[in-house]
Design a protein. Structure first.
Length: 400
């Protein structure tokens, strides 16, 4: 059960003969031919949708896709998602027009219990990302249903119209099953994580991870720094990093975090060796260097080396809890994917509780042959990090 009794979940609400507006996150990759290449975010909300329909309610789904900038962009239409949902649910899923006007309202009014309508990409309207200057858009969405449910965990850290302002207008509101599960997992991670607890944190810049790192230092036994962020820490330690990405404004921050780890007795692990190249491309020629050798000017660090892979797997062999956020290298490119792939395979087969922090890390985790063995792969990257840092999210607070 959720720790906060003020946050209602689906099973606590009377849904029969009601109209339910559900904010989902169907921000999925779609190729140039309109094919969905990864539907994991869609399937993650199926239990919520099915429960609502089977409870005798009608369901209106609301989602964003990409960054259309408040205007209609045909390639970012949710039409392919409506078609895919029709197949997954084995029932017709209508899609509303993009203008969020009277035609959409008519389609909503015609819905009967057990029927489903998908609204068009909510970011086609400028009011989604600029709600304070578009109150009429909030009023329009607030008039569509009797109940508001948020099942878009990955968007709960954003104060957008559909995640923050619209739910304020609903007297009856709550969390969908996906959001409930994500919160339960993270509450358990923060409050009852079995030790030893290791965190693997990566990313491009230290500045984006300061909050999560500071928060974790009071909970973890070991910290593994990975990804491009590695080179800011290596630079802080006096190692040569060549042309690798360095967050120069936060080298002192890295030095401070290194000192805090030492003072708290937290084992800090940086790579022993690095895969380097002159360019980040699929055809790049690579070399392995130790951090003691350093990276020469003109070369970029792009992945962890074999020695580091072996060392990290030994370090994590006794872990009871592992939180992983941030790939180990530029895994999208063949020359630099080995570190991430081998660590993803290892982590998926670990006996520890393994929590994957969404975003690119979730994409990497799904490439492991036994990815289903991860304890939990979150649907939200930024939302997961903010929840760990602050213990809640704006979109959760507003549902209470």
């Amino acid at each position: 059960m959720l720790q906060d009794k003020n946050l209602k979940t689906l099973t606590a609400l009377h849904l029969k003969d009601r109209r339910v507006l559900v904010r989902v996150d169907f921000n999925v990759p779609i190729d140039g031919e309109g094919n969905i290449t990864d539907d994991s975010r869609i399937t993650a909300s199926l239990s919520t949708i099915k429960y609502i329909l089977e409870s005798g309610a009608s369901c209106i789904l609301l989602s964003h896709l990409g960054r259309p900038g408040g205007r209609f962009v045909p390639s970012l239409s949710l039409a392919p998602i409506a078609n895919h949902l029709s197949t997954l649910l084995d029932q017709e899923v209508g899609i509303a027009p993009p203008e969020f006007g009277s035609n959409t309202k008519k389609m909503v009014d015609r819905l009967r219990p057990g029927e489903l309508l998908l609204l068009e990409n909510v970011r086609f309207h400028p009011g989604e990302e600029d709600p304070k200057n578009h109150p009429a858009f909030i009023d329009f969405l607030s008039d569509l249903a009797d109940i508001f449910i948020n099942d878009a965990f990955a968007a709960l850290h954003r104060k957008h119209a559909s995640t923050y302002f619209v739910p304020q207008q609903y007297e009856v509101k709550g969390a969908g099953f996906l959001v409930e599960k994500e919160i339960l997992v993270l509450e358990n991670l923060l409050g009852q994580a079995e030790r030893p607890f290791y965190a693997i944190i990566g990313g491009a810049k230290v500045s984006t991870k300061i909050g999560i790192l500071e928060s974790l230092l009071d909970r973890i036994d070991g910290l593994i720094i990975t990804g491009a962020m590695t080179f800011t820490f290596l630079a802080a330690g006096g190692y040569a990093v060549g042309n690798s990405l360095v967050d120069h404004l936060h080298i002192d921050t890295a030095k401070s975090l290194i000192k805090k780890c030492k003072s708290k007795g937290i084992a800090l692990h940086l790579p022993e060796d690095i895969i380097i190249a002159q360019t980040l491309s699929g055809e790049a020629e690579t070399t392995i260097v130790s951090i003691e050798e350093g990276i020469d000017a003109g070369y970029i660090g792009a992945d962890i080396g074999p020695r580091t892979i072996t060392e990290l797997q030994e370090v994590l062999g006794n872990a009871k809890t592992i939180f992983w956020n941030g790939p180990f290298g530029v895994f999208e490119l063949e020359p630099f994917k080995r570190g991430t792939m081998e660590m993803a395979k290892f982590l998926s087969e670990s006996k520890a509780m393994t929590i994957v922090g969404g975003g690119d890390t979730a994409a990497a985790a799904h490439m492991a042959p036994k990815w289903q063995k991860f304890t939990h792969i979150s649907t939200g990257g930024g939302a997961t990090l903010e929840f760990i840092e602050k213990g809640t999210l704006p979109g959760i607070q507003i549902l209470k």
